[in-house]
Design a protein. Sequence first.
Length: 226
Amino acid sequence: MKLTYYGHSCFAVEIGSTTLLFDPFITPNDLARAVDVNAVKADFILVSHGHADHLADGVNIAKRTGATVVANFEVANWFNRQGVAKTHPMNHGGTARFDFGRVKYVNAIHSSSLPDGSYGGNPGGFVIESSAGNFYYSGDTALTMDMKLIGELFRLKFAVLCVGDTFTMGVEDAIRAADMVGCSEVLGVHYDTFPPIRIDHADAVAKFKAVGKQLHLLKPGESREF
Ligand code: NI
Ligand code: MN
């Protein structure tokens, strides 16, 4: 699976000929200036929660690409209200089946108000299962024992975990999360975008390495095979 990082918590994963785009937040991100938002592909846009730093470009990309937005019920309805017709609403514990594989909406400990102040439901993460492999995206979350269930239920190729601290897990908690989900290949997200979430890259990578895990911190626009 080819993963492309677009800065903050936005990334795309290609499964065969299908592109899954997660948490689009590109044009407001000074660190993602190298990314051309109009060239970003998507067949599905998966949104973890209602905060603007996870969906700022979602409506425009959905309208340009015709992608289906996969999100919790309240966030999916918000996309409908912005004129995005194709949505697949979910809620915690539910699995959605698509041609590329299955999507499970899993728990996250965070908050989820929408940009217009409306209720964004409860925040989540996603587990993706496909014939090319499985992966977990935590969304914005604290470390939670619920992650143990993911380790018990799925064999993951990689995990995408928030590491920026302050609003989400920091590096130490992300290492424990990687342990709980049973995964040693981790893409770090939700760091550096704003001053309170700046991290020391070398220190973070070294902390993962010390426990036999790989933390990948990609530059916006950079891709990697998992
Ligand atoms: Ni958030
Ligand atoms: Mn966030």
